[in-house]
Design a protein around this ligand. Structure first.
Ligand code: FE
Ligand code: FE
Ligand code: ZN
Length: 261
């Protein structure tokens, strides 16, 4: 993964810890990890982001789904310690008609079971578009989860530009205002990563369909402004646009060029 990142001009990367639809993860190979650390260090990759499977839903009503969330979370967090000090991102969950409040309680309960005082990994809640009964479409919902988490110093947020746009936040005309609102509820010091995506939908559509950078309703100028904003420019940015490798290489090159301008 480090080599692929290097080949497209990236200095970070995101990966799924296992099949995004769920299932068992591959066994860790110590030689692999040593080789990765060595290579990543040499080419300047210092942070990366692991993404939990989409099927992980700690807010679920079904006890088996809850159990899968706890087991997967605990297993992933244990494995993450092979590469200390990194980020683990997950979709907070869907409350499936139990209501937002119950959903938030359940997510915090799972976090309180799986987070360990000795862990070096920071767990990130992703901002969501709010399709269906998704929790995390408002910054206040994310703040409420963090407030109920005992080891809250191990918690952060990953802001997805497509998702916040689809949730209704106007990052095109009022990025400063959106970040102020984030700062008031969550705190900007908790913001650890950005998923940089354009959106196929109108603001507030609550749909979550990613577009290539500059080919959606957010547009290149606004997304480039996100990468340059003084409160954000130090963060790692991850593309989740519908692309193959050459498409990513091109997006990275165009964003870097605009960043330097
Ligand atoms: Fe995600
Ligand atoms: Fe995302
Ligand atoms: Zn998405």
């Amino acid at each position: 993964m480090a080599k692929t990142a290097e080949s497209i001009g990236a200095n970070t990367f995101q990966f799924f810890t296992r099949n995004p639809r769920g299932g068992k993860a591959k066994a860790l190979d110590p030689d692999d990890i040593a080789a990765f650390r060595d290579y990543a260090g040499r080419i300047g990759i210092t942070v990366f982001l692991a993404h939990a499977p989409y099927t992980l839903n700690p807010a679920a009503a079904d006890e088996r789904v809850q159990e899968f969330a706890r087991a997967t979370f605990a297993d992933d967090l244990a494995r993450m310690e092979a590469t200390p000090g990194q980020y683990y991102n997950f979709h907070p969950g869907s409350h499936v008609k139990q209501g937002v409040e119950t959903g938030i309680e359940k997510i915090a309960a799972v976090l309180n079971e799986v987070l360990r005082p000795e862990q070096t990994t920071t767990v990130l809640l992703e901002t969501m578009a709010g399709k269906g009964t998704e929790i995390g479409r408002s910054f206040e919902e994310l703040a409420a989860i963090i407030e109920r988490t005992e080891l809250s110093d191990r918690m952060g947020v990953c802001l997805d530009t497509c998702h916040v746009w689809d949730a209704g936040y106007d990052i095109v005309h009022d990025l400063d205002g959106v970040l102020e609102s984030f700062d008031r509820s969550v705190g900007l010091d908790r913001l650890k990563a950005i998923h940089l995506n354009d959106s196929l939908n109108e603001r507030g559509a609550r749909k979550d369909r990613h577009a290539r950078i500059g080919e959606g309703r957010i547009g290149f100028a606004a997304l480039s402004a996100v990468t340059k904003h003084p409160a954000l420019r130090h963060l790692p940015f991850f593309l989740e646009t519908p692309n193959e490798l050459p498409g990513y290489a091109d997006e990275i090159a165009r964003l870097r060029e605009a960043w330097r301008a």
